[in-house]
Design a protein around this ligand. Structure first.
Ligand SMILES: [Zn+2]
Length: 111
């Protein structure tokens, strides 16, 4: 069972990471517009730009996935369901939540 202090600690960290991710995603959206492919640049630099775009897209997708997990964790906190394993319904141990606040399974069920 988590203490109130532990819950507040995790909630702050989750909120902080959500804010951080959203800021990164806004910045990345501006970057992607900056290398739009219809700009008249040479063939090689166009390839470079496209590669960079792929990398940026990949990073963006990972950020979106992480954002979803964190938002889901925040929702579970609001509903008072946070910290229980979705499989066996046991409490997820604190060290695991501390390392991974968005965890939805205990160590046994995640493995
Ligand atoms: Zn479990």
């Amino acid at each position: 069972m988590l203490t109130v202090d532990q819950l507040i600690d995790l909630e702050l960290r989750i909120q902080e990471e959500i804010d951080h991710l959203q800021k990164d995603m806004d910045a990345s959206a501006e970057e992607r517009e900056a290398v739009s492919p219809d700009k008249s640049i040479g063939r090689l630099s166009r390839l470079d730009a496209m590669q960079m775009q792929e990398v940026a897209k990949d990073a963006q997708r990972r950020r979106e996935e992480r954002l979803q997990l964190l938002e889901a964790a925040r929702d579970r906190m609001d509903e008072g369901e946070y910290g229980n394993c979705e499989v066996c319904h046991d409490a997820i141990p604190w060290p695991r939540l501390e390392a991974q606040p968005e965890a939805t399974r205990c160590g046994k069920c995640a493995g």
